[in-house]
Design a binder for this molecule. Sequence first.
Ligand code: 13P
Ligand code: SF4
Length: 299
Amino acid sequence: MHAKLQILKKERNALILAHNYQLNEVQDVADYVGDSYYLSKVAAERACDVIVFCGVRFMAETAAILSPEREVLLPEPTADCPLADMISASDVRALKSRHPGAPVVCYINSTAAVKAESDICCTSANAVRIVAALPEKKVIFVPDENLGQYVARQLPDKEIVLWPGHCPVHAGVSQDDVRIMREKYPAAEFMVHPECRPEVLDLADFVGSTADILRRAELSDAQTLVIGTEVGVLHSLKRDRAERAVFILQPGLVCPNMKKTRLQHVYDALQNERHRIQVAEPLRDPAKRAISRMLAMAG
Ligand code: 13P
Ligand code: SF4
């Protein structure tokens, strides 16, 4: 399958991008593996005709918004992010009319329609920096309440208007989960994603996006790591430092949507040019403005 994929990739001048939460077999065939921020940059910058986006719909949609001339394929069309569907464009319009003058920062885990209503996007890797750089004191942050609360705590001078969206995977972690693992592994370093609840972040040693966690792990001297994000990140953590013990904070940290894409789907996507993701013209331009502003601001 790997060899056949290499041939197809060359024939189609294609790139395979995989999020850190993808199955090991999918990460292993990807040209680029990373967090949402890194993959959106790759999608915007690397030359190719076809992008096979192994992730969830909003990620492929972001690539299609940035590069409409390329064919962007989502191998498993039902791979959605429930967090992205927790707010609609009309919800954002209602927030804007309730808080006139406040810019809208939307987490990249959102639909194209929501991005089109927003002033700027952010990812978990740059949310604090993006909000800090806005001149306005009052900022609307959608749709992830936990990430928004994390930003608000880092920036006490800002007034952040939140929306009650959450990631069902990360929001399922509790303080008790951390306490149980702390008792079991007292010398471990605990690293968690900011989509976890604030009281969970309070008990962690490090908070960051999936790429931040991987970078921090590389630098850490700890012999044991406990990871509070989706289990897919363990693949590279274990591969890169095999002597180290790495545990997942809670067994529920498995994103069912991220796990839908199998190697066969990646092959079928390239072979049969499916499932193409396109964003309609009226949404594309304003959505692209919000994403491009993020890319320009975050570097
Ligand atoms: P990253 O921003 O770390 O890629 O996370 C995306 C995501 O979906 C987290 O659940
Ligand atoms: Fe969406 Fe959560 Fe899955 Fe990330 S882990 S893709 S936020 S459901």
